[in-house]
Design a protein around this ligand. Structure first.
Ligand SMILES: [Mg+2]
Length: 213
């Protein structure tokens, strides 16, 4: 039985067309390049070579490059004005409120980023928990520990949770540990994804009605 909805944050609860995640990625690339003394292109090429081993850029820098100043990284990647362009979303709020299932957030971003975004959207109070990258011990999605940390805190079995994310690897990671995962594929970019997929969040209610009741 479905008892909880676990949502990704960025490009899931707001559209990728706002470009916020693109700016986060650019700042990650620039930070990594400066730390490594490489061009942005070369630093990112090295990062992509180990995409499967490290779910986040920060884990990669720590694990492979001797990086230690985590808080400096997070502050550089998530400046205080990063979400200034994001408007409130009363429609999203009404939609989420209409789903009578408890909801939580699982993000590879730090808590302050999640608080900022949820506050901007006007939906902070709709989530019982926010599981961020510090709480995961900096082992982010798609690592099983990231999911299990949330499940343990919520006191739930994996099969009792539906996880919604815009990243195919993260959805697959949750399915691989026995959960129900749903890919939000706003741009129809993952037609070959072998698991459930929706184009917009509003399809979530139909999916739940059809498959989870
Ligand atoms: Mg996302």
């Amino acid at each position: 039985m479905l008892k909880y909805l676990l949502f990704d944050l960025d490009n899931t609860l707001y559209s990728c067309h706002w470009g916020l995640e693109d700016n986060v990625r650019r700042r990650m690339q620039e930070f990594s390049a400066a730390f490594l003394g490489l061009s942005v292109d070369e630093a990112w090429r090295q990062r992509m070579e180990q995409w499967q081993k490290y779910g986040t850029n920060l884990e990669w820098l720590k694990g492979e490059k001797g990086f230690t100043d985590v808080e400096a990284y997070l502050a550089a990647v998530h400046p205080k004005d990063e979400a200034d362009s994001l408007p409130p979303d009363p429609e999203l709020r009404a939609f989420l409120k209409s789903i009578p299932i408890p909801k939580a957030i699982l993000t590879n971003s730090p808590r302050e980023h999640a608080d900022l975004i949820l506050g901007k959207l006007g939906i902070t109070d709709l989530f019982t928990h926010i599981f961020d990258i510090r709480q995961c011990g900096f082992k982010g999605k798609p690592q099983p520990d990231a999911f299990n940390n949330a499940l343990n805190t919520l006191g739930l079995q994996v099969a009792e949770v539906l996880f919604i994310d815009d990243h195919p690897d993260y959805v697959k990671g949750f399915i691989d540990i026995g959960g129900r995962g749903l890919l939000l594929d706003e741009n129809d970019a993952h037609g070959d994804f072998p698991h459930p997929r929706i184009r917009e969040l509003k399809e979530l209610t139909g999916y739940i009605t059809e498959t989870c009741s």
